[in-house]
Design a protein around this ligand. Structure first.
Ligand SMILES: [Zn+2]
Length: 131
């Protein structure tokens, strides 16, 4: 994923900023104190980076997409925890289901349709598991 420079929503300039400038003191709780974020200086669309790097997880997200990514994380995390899967096995499963490389399987970089696909996959796997 190439570094975003111009915001896809508003055309504003995207800068790489420390996570603390977005999340303030919460960076410690979130474990992001060493991480960076790409942020549109005009509309605040943003995306995180692969841990310890300045490689973006995906494209910048406006508020609607950020909320969708958070919701998707919540569904996916409770899905694999309930099944006693390891985190890495869960992501392996997800990348196979979505037919995308493991290195691109980051909910923090997904688009709306990919987020919905994750939610649908978890919901239908749960339904099959219960049958
Ligand atoms: Zn923008």
């Amino acid at each position: 994923m190439k570094k975003p420079e111009i915001c896809r929503y508003c055309g504003g300039v995207i800068r790489l900023v420390p996570a603390s400038s977005v999340y303030g003191a919460s960076v410690y709780r979130l474990g992001l104190e060493k991480e960076s974020i790409y942020q549109c200086q005009n509309c605040n669309a943003r995306v995180g980076c692969h841990k310890g790097t300045t490689k973006p997880l995906g494209n910048v997200a406006n508020e609607a997409l950020r909320l969708k990514r958070i919701e998707t994380h919540r569904v996916f995390d409770s899905f694999w925890k309930a099944r006693h899967m390891t985190r890495s096995n869960a992501y392996k499963w997800l990348s196979q289901q979505m037919r995308i490389p493991a290195k691109d399987t980051h909910i923090g970089g997904f688009e709306m349709d990919q987020c919905q696909e994750v939610i649908d996959l978890c919901t239908s796997a749960d339904r099959e598991g219960a049958a």
